[in-house]
Design a protein around this ligand. Sequence first.
Ligand SMILES: [Zn+2]
Length: 244
Amino acid sequence: MRYLLLVLLVLASQAMAQVPESGRWQELRFPAEEVEQQAESQYIEQTVSLAAVGRLDRDKVLLLRVKGIADGLVRAASALRPAAAEWSWEVHVTDDPAVEAESQAGGKLLVGSLFVERLRLNDGELAVLLAHEIAHIVAEHERETLSEALLDSRRDLPLDVVLERLASDVPLQFRLSKLAAIQEREADQLGMLIAYRAGWPCAAMLTFYSKLAADSPALTVLASHPSGATRLSLAKGMSRLLGD
Ligand SMILES: [Zn+2]
């Protein structure tokens, strides 16, 4: 009886979840609300400092395009994970050259206008880019990474301590790079499915990943994204699977 109680306690402290579609199991040790709150304050801080230097939402045409496309993608994503319909989705664009496209837990998106311009993305290709970021959120990759960072510590650490370690601890970053590669591939696959279900053609996946492969800089040891060529061949496989 005591043993059973112990097993139940251990199971309760380690929330297990499954990624939609891929079915991959994740161990999630931080509560979703805590991760979302932290992501929201980080997003506010980031957008406020971009606005302060005049680099937020200057391209109104792109902002409208991105918002319109994201709406349809979020609807398709909510069919895969109903909780997504309740998140407070927010989209901004920036002409900060360091930003390509980013996402944060709970529905926060940031798109780099210079990146969209450089790749000359049409609406379908922009949808594939956004769907990749939305897939990261839907699959709770940020929460999973933070939880995974705890695995080598004997006790539970507060979220802000884990975030500090993630930013500065190179051996930890190296250990997490394997998980990051799995998450990127998953976001590519899940993202393409979301884009397809939102009505975008498979041709957009192929042209988006072709443009990305032509644009990709050389890989570094810690690079989390697979090479452009690998992502393009995944897109070809997905497009055959979805039969368009
Ligand atoms: Zn990604």
